[in-house]
Design a protein around this ligand. Structure first.
Ligand SMILES: [Fe+2]
Length: 198
């Protein structure tokens, strides 16, 4: 977990953002699923959010939503996260929470629950999921029980989490036109706190 240790202790928001972007440039080249790399997937998810005129915080959340995969370490980066549930959404949200507000971290934390929610409430949703997303769904718990669904519906950021989820599902296309990663730096930097939360 060396990336996690390093990013958890940087002194400025700028260093944090640069560290995140470095992760995308390095381990982000690993494949996200059968079709695209992690960085392609992140850029596509952010691009879909921009096309849907989402606020900057949600665009940033879309770009960074799978950062929990990137900090899981080289041994975990590929096969392990497909075969086990590493709770990457919680790892990512917790990492981001030191420098970003809930408008960024909550959609990240909720994006796996949002998949389980959509499976539960939308009969046509499963048909649009990628094979790897269906595989991970079972490890993540499958459809929601009624009490879990009610708990999730009370989450103030569920709507943003559901929007992120739809872009996440759409961001797995070979050859989609995206902006370069560096073009997102000002947007992401504009969202970091002056002082870390802890
Ligand atoms: Fe994703």
């Amino acid at each position: 977990m060396s990336h996690l240790t390093h990013l958890g202790s940087v002194a400025t928001g700028e260093a944090f953002v640069d560290g995140l972007f470095d992760l995308f440039r390095t381990v982000g080249q690993d494949h996200y699923d059968e079709a695209v790399s992690q960085v392609d997937h992140a850029l596509q998810t952010a691009a879909l959010a921009e096309r849907d005129r989402c606020p900057d915080a949600l665009v940033a959340a879309c770009l960074l939503h799978d950062v929990g995969h990137l900090v899981s370490g080289p041994d975990d980066a590929d096969a392990a996260y497909r075969d086990r549930d590493l709770r990457h959404e919680r790892v990512g949200a917790a990492l981001l929470a030191r420098w970003f507000d809930r408008e960024v971290t909550e959609p990240v934390r909720l994006h796996v629950s949002a998949k389980r929610y959509l499976i539960t409430v939308d009969p046509g949703y499963r048909a649009g999921l990628s094979p790897s997303s269906i595989r991970s769904l079972e490890l993540q718990g499958g459809s929601l029980s009624d009490p879990d669904r009610a708990t999730l519906e009370a989450e103030p950021h569920l709507e943003a989490g559901l929007r992120l989820r739809r872009f996440d599902d759409g961001g797995k296309v070979v050859g989609m036109e995206v902006r370069p990663l560096d073009e997102y730096r000002p947007l992401v930097l504009g969202l970091v706190r002056a002082v870390p939360s802890r």
